[in-house]
Design a protein around this ligand. Structure first.
Ligand code: SF4
Length: 402
């Protein structure tokens, strides 16, 4: 990973976020668990502190704690073939072990008062959150947007907006209070700014040499996921973008030598971020763009907050038709001057593995940009062969160089 000085500040911000669930004095905050691209702004406006189990899943993967957690969930009947964020997270709960303890001195994830999911990304989150609903005996509320949307129709978006209104009604009953639309407007405004700044950061990688890579973005995206809607994320990204601008002006790239520019499609292999980063560096190849990190770029229209939330969260890349995905990828390949595309076929996340319905072949025909499929998984390293991956990636880069 590259030297990014702002990362020191990032560590402090993330620590403050996690520690704020366990204040040393005063009242414990109301906690809502939310899926990573769920309607968190509604929850923040209700005064909940929002916690994201997927973020915990990624930490379990990055620290390789998943290896001992997944079998725990499997023994409870959760198949090793389903989402390994889910099995890692439930396993971690069963084991009573979390990387939050080592990183932030926190004994366990904060206990939820309510669980809110959206199936815009996949349906596994419904089962994941239902497990905790039973475990903690708290309400589980869900949003079910249309699946694999092509062009989004007015009717589809109105249906999602209605579901938000229903969610608000249920939360009003739970909280015995009325929804504060002014506060919501303010929170969504913060989220819109976070999104804009995060997009600006990703766009810096259009430059040659690129000042950062996908592997840096996987670390830098923390606030865009867990702090969106709050001003802290925005202050951080302003500073980060300034640092990126300085690097661009100085002609300082993330790699000493950038010969090849690559695109990463699909989930990261969390337990192997450093391995991939080093391997690409050794081969003078910069991974400069990804669909994954772009997943937290939203366009919110503050004139019609709920409808624009419906549009933004239904329209996320993972939830689009193959035709829409193809168009988005072709646009990014062109914009970032990509020489080759890596598709990560993540064994336990078919929803975010885009190599399964002929898309790589169609896209290569259209753009003339070659591709490689890498087998692996987001968290379950039993599905990943380092030796095989090294051989095929090196051969691919060599082919691109020729
Ligand atoms: S999208 Fe993939 S990684 Fe995310 S929760 Fe669903 S199955 Fe798991």
């Amino acid at each position: 990973m590259s030297e990014i000085n702002s990362t020191k500040l990032l560590k402090g911000i993330m620590a403050d976020y996690f520690k704020s669930f366990f204040p040393s004095e005063g009242e414990k905050p109301k906690v809502a668990w939310c899926t990573s691209v769920g309607p968190s702004e509604i929850l923040t406006a209700f005064g909940y502190q929002v916690y994201y189990p997927e973020n915990h899943g990624a930490m379990l993967g990055a620290t390789r704690t998943s290896n001992e957690c997944i079998p725990q969930a499997t023994s409870l009947g959760y198949s090793p073939d389903i989402c390994s964020y889910l099995t890692s997270d439930i396993g971690s709960h069963l084991l009573g072990k979390t990387p939050l303890t080592r990183a932030y001195g926190i004994p366990h994830p904060p206990r939820p008062d309510v669980l809110v999911y959206s199936t815009n990304q996949c349906h596994e989150v419904q089962e994941w959150f239902s497990y905790y609903g039973r475990e903690f005996n708290v309400p589980v509320l869900g949003i079910h947007p249309p699946w694999k949307a092509g062009p989004m129709t007015t009717l589809q978006l109105a249906h999602v907006k209605d579901q938000y209104l229903e969610l608000i009604k249920n939360l009003e009953t739970l909280n015995k209070t009325s929804f504060d639309y002014d506060r919501f407007h303010q929170v969504l405004g913060n989220s819109a700014t976070t999104s804009k700044l995060w997009r600006e950061f990703l766009n810096k990688m259009v430059n040659r040499p690129s000042p950062a890579t996908f592997f840096d973005s996987c670390i830098q995206m923390g606030p865009a996921v867990v702090l969106r809607g709050l001003p802290e994320a925005n202050d951080y990204y302003r500073q980060l973008n300034q640092e990126m601008d300085q690097k661009i002006t100085a002609g300082e790239g993330a790699l000493e030598k950038e010969r090849i520019r690559l695109f990463w499609d699909g989930m990261p292999v969390w337990g192997k971020l450093r391995y991939f980063s080093e391997l690409f560096k050794e081969n003078a190849s910069a991974v400069v763009a990804s669909t994954y990190c772009n997943s937290w770029v939203f366009d919110f229209d503050l004139d019609d907050p709920l409808l624009s939330m419906a549009r933004a969260y239904t329209g996320i890349f993972i939830n689009r038709s193959e035709e829409v995905k193809e168009k988005v990828l072709a646009g990014l390949i062109d914009e970032y001057q990509i020489d080759g595309v890596i598709y990560h076929d993540s064994k336990t996340c078919p929803h975010n593995s885009n190599n399964r319905f002929g898309l790589p072949q169609r896209l290569q025909q259209e753009t003339k940009v070659p591709y490689l499929v890498v087998d692996g998984d987001l968290n379950d390293l039993r599905c990943f062969s380092q030796e095989q991956t090294t051989t095929s990636l090196e051969a691919f880069v060599e082919q691109l160089s020729e």
